[in-house]
Write a protein that binds this ligand. Sequence first.
Ligand code: ZN
Length: 308
Amino acid sequence: MRETRLGAHDFILPLFVSEKAEKRRPIPSMPGVFQFSLNEIADEARRAQDLGLQAILLFGIPEKKDEQASSAYAENGVVQKALRMIKAKCPELVAITDVCLCQYMSHGHCGVTRIDGDHFHVLNDETVDLLVRMALSHATCGADLVAPSDMMDGRIGAIREALDASGLNETGILSYAAKFASVFYGPFREAAESPPQFGDRRSYQMDCANAEEALREVALDVDEGADIVMVKPALPYLDVLWRVHERFGKPTAAYHVSGEYAIIKAAVEKGYLDERAAVFEIMTALKRAGADIIVTYWARELAEWTRS
Ligand SMILES: [Zn+2]
């Protein structure tokens, strides 16, 4: 009689790989989440596959940052190296890569910036050119899907066109179609070492008050060729998730973000909540609200819990 059931295939595990780490480094605000070294990342991906997970979402932390994010599309960039090793070790595992420049930019913004006096601008088209290079580079190294998380205009179409022109038409696009400017990203920035050094991201992420605008953003990405559309964060945006799923009928993803994770972990640590029950309820709600797939830091545990 149960309408909504969870299984390992519902979940995507985010993995952080750092060029600077010799061995795994815990992220204090996200208990159980690590930055992995390049030596460990393929084994970690393999462990995810052995647990029954079908997909990972890979984020890179580069050694060097600059104002053109050049390590983001370098042939031997951290994600490029990690992808080759992961694909050699577990070719069946779906490798999705984050495509955004903030981790690779010395200023921590998601795009090329220009400063005029005390204002700064993120330059859309210059940024899209670099995102295209990054996506192509990931696809060439074996990414099954690229996941642009930047929210620049026109980037899905530009990436789709460039992939097709390079014979990479099998590479899909998971678009962060409705990404809200959110306080719940805080711990992630610690994990990915990507806080902006000045200003904030409100000029290119959406206002949490705007659901209609979210639908317009999703419509653009669908028109431009997104294969999967994602809503981020997850739990505070169940209404958006539901509307996206209903309106577009596309495979829809939800990203249960770092702050959402940290809240539960902190409550569990204090003995206020039962972790497993809380996580099941949240994930069931996300799926019920229209998420076909859920990106979550609990993916490993969920793979085990849903088996028993
Ligand atoms: Zn970014």
